[in-house]
Design a protein around this ligand. Structure first.
Ligand SMILES: C[S@@+](CC[C@H](N)C(=O)[O-])C[C@H]1O[C@@H](n2cnc3c(N)ncnc32)[C@H](O)[C@@H]1O
Length: 207
């Protein structure tokens, strides 16, 4: 009997994600090797999508996905809500994986190679929503991310959502943001087409 072929894609929240075994991902792996953990899609991104599916997102909201990796949270915003998305990452090697996913999901995403610490307040003036999934995993990330969020609040970005599995640097960042800039941390669990949980640091609101 012929062996059943294993599926190499996953569908949820209206988007398609390629698994590591997918031949298109394997082809990219021969050419591009992300080096700051942008080598796969990270699970807490689902919680950002789920939160936004409940909260809603107006069409043409300008979204900046920081530390985007393969960019699926931003792709979700573009595909399901008609958002205009810029995906930012320090590591240019993530962008071919992002473009591959943008293509199979039928959306266009602008990419921006930049580090958290290099983002200026003026860069954020046009942004309505900042999202970031699993981006605060080293102690030295706390201060640059706090400063970026502070600039975003100063630039009147409507809302900032940072998702994390609960690592100590994320909790340190959250406490500082909530105390000095305002906001809250929500525990978010999803048990539907996808199972995932995360802490969501949420500052500000969208109109
Ligand atoms: C764990 S991955 C998460 C990727 C994606 N957000 C997801 O949920 O699938 C962390 C990402 O942050 C990026 N990153 C790490 N340090 C950064 C920095 N200082 N500035 C911008 N991006 C950074 C990495 O290149 C990587 O793509």
């Amino acid at each position: 009997m012929a062996k059943e072929k294993k599926k190499t894609t996953r569908q949820a929240y209206g988007i398609t994600v390629l698994k590591a075994a997918d031949p298109r991902v394997r082809a990219q792996k021969k050419k591009h090797a992300p080096c700051i953990h942008g080598n796969k899609f990270w699970n807490v991104s689902w919680c950002v999508m789920d939160f936004l599916s409940h909260q809603g997102l107006r069409p043409e909201t300008r979204v900046l996905d920081i530390g985007c990796g393969w960019g699926l949270a931003g792709i979700y915003c573009a595909k399901n809500h008609g958002a205009n998305v810029t995906a930012m990452d320090a590591d240019a090697a993530v962008f071919p994986y992002l473009q591959l996913h943008a293509e199979i999901n039928g959306v266009e995403i602008e990419t921006w190679r930049c580090k958290f610490e290099k983002v200026k307040k003026k860069d954020l003036r046009q942004t309505n929503l900042i999202i970031g999934a699993d981006i605060c995993f080293w102690d030295e990330m706390v201060e640059p991310l706090y400063k970026l969020i502070k600039k975003a609040v100063g630039a009147e970005v409507g809302q900032i959502i940072i998702a994390d599995p609960g690592r100590p640097p994320f909790h340190e960042l959250s406490e500082k943001v909530v105390e000095k800039l305002g906001g809250e941390v929500k525990e978010w669990e999803i048990n539907g087409e996808v199972q995932a949980d995360a802490y969501l640091l949420i500052a500000g609101t969208l109109p």
